[in-house]
Design a protein around this ligand. Structure first.
Ligand code: FDA
Length: 531
């Protein structure tokens, strides 16, 4: 059957429910046939899951982090779980031959579910079987496949050397593919930059079905996939990363302060001090609702730190720079960097082994959630902080997570990668609210709260445009209109994520995917200038 007949079938396939059951049986068979033709070693029974397959639902739901999208009706026709780069290439070619769209999923943590739902007929390529990590101790590098979780990556690095780490996110179930291609920040970012800053090479499958590495892809494309969001450019299968030298033992601490315990003053000072501290020290600030000693509602400020050094030098550093925190030796814990991953994520439980980092199913904390983000370049005034406390007290489960920048981030130019929030950015803010009850009214009240706090922050955050972090994806800042992916409409949301780097991303897109096969609600459209 010729290609054009497939197009005809799949133009009609928007109305899949009206297709005869005979056709519904035939199309998967034809698709499977295409996969084998393009990847002869493919074991179809192990990687191809049509809608009627018994495993379809469990695979689809397996890594959905935001349960808001778990029961989405926008489900894929087929799920493909490749075992190697040829299977990925074959999936890309066949999806185009059948005139379907493609979504690629690594860890499934996309805040808006863009990796596993689409409002057009589509194929889901789930990289769950691509999880190889090869550490090269001599050169302090590693190759890691996209379907690996951060926990699996961290464990396999730490297992080979207690003096090597990697600067990426704090949640161990995040997938490497989405995280690296969207930036990737965490406790080591002040010391070594983003995950994307430490990518040395990558293997990319393009819309044409080419398998490219850093040398064979254009340097502009290599630039784009390190922070510009991989889903606009192709499927990244493998990443070569630079590992970071860390001490065998690090020091961590958590200190909580209520408003009655002088939190406003300490937070005000934290804004100035945390981005200026030596790069070995990272102090995250989490703001949430809490109770004071009398049981009254208050704002709780939780300071959680990681220091690449010993307890004594940490205590003396804090006592010099931020004595108001009152950090004492007994509040500090010495541990391996791998243990610090669990400490930051969920608390280190007594007797728990770090090998749990290899067990994604035990680490998942799935729920319903919504998040938004900002970057801050000027300390928020005392009056501003007081305003924000009022809104925080109105919520019941929302948090604001403030991550200081500075250190290594200040040394990297805004245009080095698509992530433009470098020198001059004091900290990022993530507004996050979650819930367990699926009733629409619960979701509505959570959304109202997050919008209220976001609006209240308007005078204090970076503006023109008001910026956001791609990895905290937020479709409410703008998206491509259905079927219309133009550069000028995408610029409205694109400059919020990428500022002046947006046009360059659109030009890189034109080089590698000029006909815009890889697209979604917030993908970069091609810009045909200076190519
Ligand atoms: P997922 O598989 O959903 O992919 C996300 C996007 O990338 C989608 O558009 C997808 O199509 C695309 N993509 C995925 N794999 C690809 C590939 N191989 N090639 C091309 N495109 C690909 N961030 C952070 O910087 N620091 C942090 O500490 C945290 N913490 C955190 C905690 C929790 C609980 C969540 C849910 C999220 C975070 N994040 C974060 C945000 C996280 O970095 C972001 O959601 C990443 O995009 C997730 O990558 P996954 O591969 O898991 O997502």
């Amino acid at each position: 059957m010729g290609k054009s007949k497939f197009y005809l079938i799949f133009t009609l396939s928007c109305f899949v429910f009206t297709l005869s059951s005979a056709l519904l049986q035939t199309i998967p068979a034809l698709f499977a046939d295409c996969l084998v033709r393009n990847s002869p070693s493919a074991d179809i029974g192990k990687l191809f899951y049509p809608h009627y397959s018994p495993s379809y639902s469990s695979i689809l739901e397996s890594t959905v982090q935001n349960l808001k999208f778990n029961s989405s009706s926008l489900q894929p026709f087929f799920i493909i779980t490749p075992y190697n780069v040829d299977d990925v290439r074959s999936a890309v070619i066949c999806t185009q031959n059948f005139n379907l769209q493609l979504r690629v999923r690594s860890g499934g943590h996309d805040y808006e579910g863009l990796s596993y739902k689409a409002n057009a007929p589509f194929v889901l390529v789930d990289l769950v079987n691509l999880r190889r990590v090869s550490v090269d101790l001599e050169n302090q590098t590693a190759w890691v496949q996209s379907g690996t979780t951060l926990g699996e990556l961290y464990y396999q690095i730490g297992n080979r050397s207690q003096e090597l780490g990697f600067p990426a996110g704090t949640c161990p179930t995040i997938g490497v593919g989405g995280h690296f291609s969207g930036g990737g920040k965490g406790t080591l970012t002040r010391s070594f930059g983003l995950a994307a800053d430490n990518v040395l090479d990558a293997v990319l499958v393009t819309a044409k079905g080419e398998i490219l590495n850093r040398t064979s892809m254009e340097e502009e494309v290599f630039w784009a996939i390190r922070g510009g969001g991989g889903a606009s450019f192709g499927v990244i299968v493998d990443w070569k990363i630079r590992l970071s030298p860390i001490p065998e033992k690090v020091t961590v601490f958590t200190i909580s302060k209520t408003l009655q315990q002088n939190a406003t003053e300490i937070i005000y000072k934290w804004q100035e001090v945390a981005p200026e501290l030596p790069k070995e020290l990272f102090i995250r600030l989490v703001l949430t609702i809490g109770k004071d000693s009398q049981g009254n509602t208050t704002v709780m400020a939780i300071f959680r730190g990681l220091y690449l050094g010993n307890v004594n030098s940490l205590v003396s550093l804090i006592n010099k720079k931020l004595p108001e925190l009152g950090l004492a030796t007994k509040q500090c814990q010495k541990m391996s960097w791998l243990e610090s991953i669990l400490f930051f994520d969920r608390g280190l439980r007594p007797g728990e082994s770090v090998s749990i980092l290899m067990d994604r199913n035990r680490l998942y904390t799935k729920g319903f959630f919504k998040a938004k983000s900002d970057f801050v370049t000027q300390p928020i005034t005392h009056e501003g902080l007081e305003e924000i406390w009022k809104v925080i007290k109105e919520g019941d489960s929302g948090v604001l997570i403030l991550d200081p920048f500075g250190g290594k981030m200040n040394e990297i130019p805004d245009s080095e990668t698509p992530f433009p929030f470098r020198n001059g950015t004091l900290y990022s803010i993530q507004y996050f609210t979650s819930w367990r009850d699926p009733k629409p009214e619960v979701e509505m009240s959570k959304m109202e709260w997050i919008n209220r706090v976001y609006n209240a922050m308007t005078p204090y955050v970076s503006m023109n445009p008001r910026t956001a972090y791609l990895n905290y994806r937020d479709l409410s800042i703008g998206m491509n209109a259905f079927g219309k992916h133009t550069y000028f409409s995408a610029k409205l949301w694109g400059e919020k994520y990428f500022k002046g780097n947006f046009p360059r991303l659109a030009q890189a897109k034109a080089k590698v995917d000029p006909f815009n096969f890889f697209k979604n609600e917030q993908s970069i459209p091609p810009l045909w200038l200076n190519i």
